[in-house]
Design a protein around this ligand. Structure first.
Ligand code: ADP
Ligand code: ZN
Ligand code: ZN
Length: 752
């Protein structure tokens, strides 16, 4: 793609981004953006006076007074001028750090404008690091004296938790260790006294290494070489370019983008890799280390305070060369970012649903455009959005059609559950059972996939049929036998199984309805007692060290039968796995989700891709009640193009994304009448504009969430109409905060 005419995906409605010219403010009025979710006319920028002896420039971190406290913000502009000069408060101090880079500042303004959030709320994502502004000092941290001793002996559950946590994080400060292990400081003290753990002074070495740009990667196949050459040429040419690295699972996409990272490193610039679920990136990290001889800096919610602080500073100072992270890593203040990779770009996990609601994959493209750098989106099942961008010439497609080493795609089979019925109270059809018998007898590994955590999705009273429901949400409580409790998957509410029915008082007990992975595991244990079984769900896989150990045990064939949810679907490479059984292929197809079929195709295609990655061919069985559906037929034939053509046709006809634009407006509050009143008021004042359809209000499928009643509107716009313009006009002067509140979701991915 020619760099000069390359266009960003959203340029048609790009928010006005002021070009900030570096200028010194001495003794003058300045505008400081505070990392707070405050709106207001100046967008959260507050005016201060810069005393004459301070030389400040845009981007400087400054400590300023706010009410009775002080906090740290960023010098943003020359101020709004709405406060009289004599009432201005003085900046307290300039923080001794490099300035928040100009591109990062423009990015924050852009994201705030596009997502209709307060810039301060976006800035907060870029600054949410405690202590980062204090000068570095050495700190006291705990470590286990011996890991061997830790494995051999029997400890109290509390002590064991401390040792487990220290296995995941070699060093932890007291408060962090106590929090993660859920123990009191006394437990830590006693363990130190008995010599199990010891305190050391940490010299604050950064939690990452220096990747070596010159280290050789594996010899690439001709297709891989071709794709890698285009990437590296784009990097060398400089400027923006968006590329879709589209290759079947196992085709070597990771090896190819590693080449681009090597080139970026050789240019002395930083590279960012966004992954959907960083906690499961242990295998990815190992590969990176093997390729570059050092670990990259990581950025995700599991980091300790110390790790965050060191990493944040290192990113700002340009010392951290490669950052791998979850979506929030996009907002780090990169000193000189040269490349962005978004792996598994189709994953819905890139959409953040609370606070600032944004799609990290889309914002990564915007960030690349602002920084005039290349961005690579990688996937085996690209989103329709990205494929349409390829068709319109906005993205360049790089294809890797074959699996590395010639492994074949697995053969696909549909099992019609209406004919091939599982026995009563079981979930596996005779055909799937026979295939499992055969694979296990041949000494091969098998995977049973069911994307549903817990034991059963619904629990009923045997006597009156009462369904156990979350007290705070319109949702059933899910039984988790592993944790011995009932959980709400929407708000996190958890409780014990009641001893009597809350409705009729009967103590006759409860019946579980439908399967979750834990129940499926029960059936597998009965049916295949000799197979070494492993349940993989987010409830059982906790922490990177445990994840890595479990993945290793599968790779080394210490496991015969894996029973798992979607956490097993991605990225992992198990050469002995030849059989995949999808227990309920229809699971994701119900409900009003615009992308339900697309997601089902992506998820099941990825799960299927786990089979037959080694030398032995793989087989995949999909159990479904509706084998004639286009998505099932497409999976059967590995016919992605055919599926997408039907899907694109349907969406285009309905004016849905990516052919039209969508925004959701949600009214939520604790008082149902007030919520309805506000929703009706909005409906009465809905703007009538050409190319805009406003649907609703309707009760949200999750009509009550965390005790708040919810009504939804859907704003559907023609491609050339920006929903932000419609929404600004519509919601002007309406309270966005408070109770009830109005939430805006641009490009919604969740319709609950
Ligand atoms: P993808 O990211 O497309 O799923 P990977 O990059 O994970 O594919 O590659 C799949 C497997 O094949 C990995 O184990 C990887 O190390 C191996 N592989 C891919 N390309 C090569 C190559 N050129 N030389 C050696 N091994 C390769
Ligand atoms: Zn009852
Ligand atoms: Zn709930």
């Amino acid at each position: 793609m020619a760099g000069a005419q390359a266009k960003g995906p959203f340029l048609e409605n790009e928010a006005a981004v002021p070009e900030t010219t570096p200028e010194l403010f001495g003794g003058k009025r300045i505008g400081v953006l505070l990392p707070l979710p405050l709106g207001g006319p100046a967008g959260g920028v507050y005016d201060y006076r810069c005393s004459a002896d301070l030389a400040l420039q845009p981007g400087d971190f400054v400590e300023v007074p706010l009410g009775r406290r002080s906090l740290i913000g960023v010098v943003w502009n020359s101020g709004a001028g709405d406060i009289a000069a004599e009432r201005l408060k003085d900046v307290i101090a300039r923080i001794d750090l490099p300035p928040f880079p100009e591109i990062s500042r423009r990015f924050i303004d852009w994201v705030a404008g596009y997502c209709m959030s307060a810039p301060g709320a976006v800035l907060r994502m870029a600054m949410s690091v405690t202590d980062a502004f204090e000068p570095p000092r050495s700190v006291k941290a705990w470590r286990a004296v011996s890991m061997i001793a830790a494995e051999r002996k029997k400890f109290s559950p509390q002590r064991q938790r401390v040792l487990d946590v220290l296995q995941d994080h070699a060093l932890l400060q007291s408060t962090e260790l106590a929090r993660q292990a859920a123990v009191s400081p006394g437990v830590i003290r006693q363990m130190a006294e008995s010599g199990l753990i010891e305190a050391v002074a940490v010299p604050l070495t950064p939690p990452y290494g220096q990747p070596d740009a010159l280290r050789q990667g594996p010899a690439l196949s001709p297709e891989q070489r071709h794709a890698a050459d285009i990437l590296t040429a784009t990097l060398r040419a400089g400027g923006y370019g968006a590329m879709l690295l589209d290759g079947v699972t196992g085709s070597g996409k990771t090896e190819v983008y590693f080449e681009a990272i090597a080139t970026c490193l050789a240019q002395g610039k930083q590279a960012l890799v966004l992954l959907p679920e960083i906690a499961l990136g242990a295998q990815w990290l190992q590969r990176f280390e093997k390729r570059f001889g050092a670990l990259p800096a990581q950025w995700h919610s599991e980091l300790t305070g110390l790790e965050r602080r060191l990493t944040w500073r290192a990113v700002l100072q340009g010392d951290a060369k490669v950052v791998v992270g979850a979506r929030s890593a996009l907002f780090l203040p990169y000193h000189d970012l040269g490349l962005i990779i978004v792996d598994e770009e189709h994953e819905a996990a890139f959409k953040q649903e609370d606070g600032v609601v944004y799609q990290a994959r889309d914002m990564a493209v915007v960030r690349a455009h602002l920084g005039q750098i290349p961005v690579v989106l990688a996937s085996a099942t690209p989103s329709l959005e990205s494929l349409v961008n390829v068709e319109s010439g906005k993205y360049q497609a790089l294809q890797l059609p074959d699996r590395h080493g010639g492994a074949q795609l697995p053969s696909m089979h549909l099992i019609d559950l209406r004919r091939d019925k599982p026995a009563r109270g079981s979930w596996l059809s005779p055909t799937l059972l026979a295939a499992l018998d055969q694979a296990l007898a041949a000494g091969e590994q098998a995977l049973l996939f069911l994307n549903r955590r817990g034991y059963a999705p619904l629990t009923l009273c045997r006597d009156c049929g009462h369904r156990l429901q979350c007290p705070h949400c319109t949702a059933w409580l899910v039984e988790h036998r592993f944790h011995q409790r009932l959980q709400c998957h929407h708000c996190g509410f958890a409780t014990q199984m009641p001893s009597s029915c809350p409705k009729c008082g009967s103590t006759g007990g409860f019946t579980a309805c439908g399967p979750g992975v834990e129940r499926l595991a029960e059936e597998a244990a009965l049916r295949f007692p000799d197979a070494r079984r492993l349940i993989l769900t987010s409830d059982t896989v906790t922490g990177p060290a445990k994840t890595a150990a479990l993945m290793r045990s599968i790779q080394e064939h210490e496991i015969d039968l894996i029973i798992g949810t979607q956490i097993i679907a991605k990225g992992h490479h198990f050469p002995n796995l030849t059989l995949v059984g999808v227990v309920d292929a229809d699971l994701g197809l119900n409900g009003g989700d615009l992308r339900a079929a697309e997601r089902t195709f992506q998820l099941l295609h990825q799960v299927a891709g786990r089979a037959g990655r080694g030398s032995k061919p793989g087989q995949v069985f999909l159990q479904t009640y509706d084998p004639d559906r286009p998505v099932m037929q497409a999976l059967l034939r590995h016919d992605r193009a055919g599926f997408l053509e039907v899907e694109a046709g349907d969406r285009d006809m309905a004016g849905m994304p990516p052919f039209g634009r969508l925004a959701a407006v949600i009214v939520a509050g604790s008082n149902e009448a007030a919520v309805d009143e506000l929703a009706r008021d909005l409906a009465r004042n809905a703007p009538r504009m050409d190319g805009v359809t406003i649907l609703g209000p309707a009760p949200a499928p999750l009509a009550v969430l965390r005790g708040r009643h919810r009504r939804r509107f859907l704003v559907k716009c023609r491609r050339d109409v920006a929903p932000q313009t419609v929404l600004r006009r519509w919601l002007q002067g309406k309270g966005r905060k408070g109770d009830p509140a109005i939430q805006v979701d641009i490009d919604p991915y969740s319709f609950l």
